[in-house]
Ligand binder design. Structure first.
Ligand SMILES: NC(=O)c1ccc[n+]([C@@H]2O[C@H](COP(=O)([O-])OP(=O)(O)OC[C@H]3O[C@@H](n4cnc5c(N)ncnc54)[C@H](OP(=O)(O)O)[C@@H]3O)[C@@H](O)[C@H]2O)c1
Length: 432
């Protein structure tokens, strides 16, 4: 498997770790409510390196995908003599209970030293390395594997980035990426009409974000002015736009937020595969609309959304602020945006819906609220087009404040005249 060069992998990262990172990147955006887990099965000399990533909910977990691939590999090869020990490395503790699928530990148990598989093929799993515990299992996965006679070890690597949204949701709050696009003077839109500020390359970045988040949310003003569709549409890459040549400043530490952000700019993360209509359905985000005052063109907007729900296989989620709920029968009521309980109740609701990572395509009015609500593992992405917009008529919306309260995390020059500046809340403990 090829390395994942523009994600922050130290030079000495093992080949397994690179494979795990690449698989984690691919899985993200496709697995909610499940975590985006990656699993690799390898021999000590790496002549065998087999991987798997979590499939959409209800389908195979990463371990099962990898073990199915191991089955196929074993059938295609003569019996190994002497028997060859293998290591399974998995980014999250394998499940030990029945969910939509049987427990992964049960299946892993069929590959031990004394198993029928070992006797038939001369291959067996000797060690299971795990990067992160799943708090919902209370150690059950570790215990079951040890009981079955596997050596269980700690795995290291920057995979946490792809597990954090799930781990956060377990605690009742999804992770957020707030995105905002402006021209070079901070112009971010017009009060009365929809305008595009960042052109084709900005659109591709938005589509990558939509693909890699489980839900995409917009505020009432944005719904009213833009009536956006929020679905995932190709292209996600372009021969003209040099995402591939983007100069990525190397970073010495492994901050989970930067790993996530850089994965969006990673050229070889299966973007072309996701452009395919069939696979794209699995990466479609839930489209989340926060409704306020009634707006012109709403009938057409809803019609288009219902059509999109059947075309994409993903229902939209309509939320209404409490004071306006009379206008939106069928929408789920949330507190008014001025209510201090608004953000926590919104988060609880989205977590209950099983959404791990949310993209907020921020409008002008709610930007301060989103910024205030960011927590340590969330990120804010300011996409800026170097071209100034002609703003001679009235009604242009311009942000004038910087993001002083936040730490500058990284900057990506991802196309000519286009950069994305990433910010995050200052970490208290300084770790990633
Ligand atoms: N550049 C970007 O990245 C980007 C992304 C998304 C949107 N935008 C632009 O941002 C603008 C929308 O921003 P925004 O501040 O209006 O909205 P917003 O941030 O989406 O929503 C915020 C405010 O919308 C107001 N609201 C409620 N119902 C409304 C309605 N029917 N029409 C208008 N406002 C309503 C409420 O304030 P009040 O009740 O106090 O009025 C609410 O606090 C548009 O021009 C859009 O194109 C830009």
């Amino acid at each position: 498997m090829k390395g994942c060069d523009c994600v922050d992998i130290p030079d000495d990262t093992s080949q397994e770790a690179r494979a795990l990172l690449r698989l984690s990147i691919f899985a993200s955006g496709r697995t909610a409510p499940n975590p985006s887990v990656a699993c690799v099965i390898s021999s000590a000399d790496l002549s065998i390196l087999i991987g798997g990533a979590t499939e959409p909910a209800g389908r195979r977990h990463a371990e099962i995908v990898a073990l199915d691939a191991l089955d196929r590999f074993a059938l295609e090869h003569a019996r190994f003599d002497p028997p060859l020990p293998l290591t399974m490395t998995v980014t999250l503790e394998p499940c030990s209970r029945y969910g939509r699928t049987p427990p992964c530990v049960q299946r892993i148990g069929l590959y031990g030293r004394e198993s029928d598989f070992a006797k038939t093929h001369g291959l067996y799993i000797d060690t299971v390395r795990i990067a992160e515990a799943d708090p919902s299992l209370h150690g059950g996965g570790f215990a079951a594997l040890r009981q079955m006679g596997f050596r269980v070890e700690q795995a290291d690597g920057p995979f946490r980035s792809f597990l954090l949204p799930f781990l956060s949701r377990l605690k009742g709050r999804p992770l957020y990426t707030v995105k905002l696009a402006t021209d070079r003077n901070g112009v971010m839109g017009h009060r009365d009409r929809s305008v595009s500020l960042t052109g084709e390359s900005g659109r591709i970045l938005t589509m990558r974000l939509r693909a890699k988040c489980d839900g995409v949310l917009v505020g009432p003003g944005t719904v009213a002015v833009d009536r956006p569709s929020l679905d995932l549409r190709p292209p996600l890459r372009s021969a003209v736009i040099p995402f591939e040549e983007s100069p990525m400043a190397p970073v010495a530490d492994v901050d989970a937020r930067r790993v996530w952000l850089r994965s969006l700019f990673e050229p070889d993360s299966g973007w072309s595969a996701i452009e395919d209509p069939e696979l794209r359905r699995e990466f479609q985000p839930v489209r989340i609309f926060l409704l306020g005052r009634p707006f012109v063109g709403r009938e057409l907007f809803f019609e288009r959304q219902y059509a999109l729900s059947s075309a994409t296989g993903r229902e939209a989620l309509f939320l209404s602020v409490r004071s306006m709920s009379g206008h939106w029968p069928g929408a789920i009521e949330v507190p008014d945006v001025t209510d201090p309980a608004f953000f926590s109740e919104l988060s609880e609701l989205l977590a209950e819906k099983g959404l791990n990572r949310i993209l907020i395509e921020s409008g002008y009015g709610l930007l301060p609220l989103w910024l205030r609500s960011l927590q340590e593992d969330d990120v804010f992405l300011h996409v800026q087009h170097d071209e100034p917009r002609d703003t001679t008529d009235d009604g242009w919306l311009r942000i004038d404040a910087g993001f002083d309260e936040l730490d500058h995390l990284d900057e990506y020059q991802f196309a000519p005249g286009m950069k994305a500046m990433a910010y995050g809340r200052r970490r208290m403990d300084g770790d990633g």
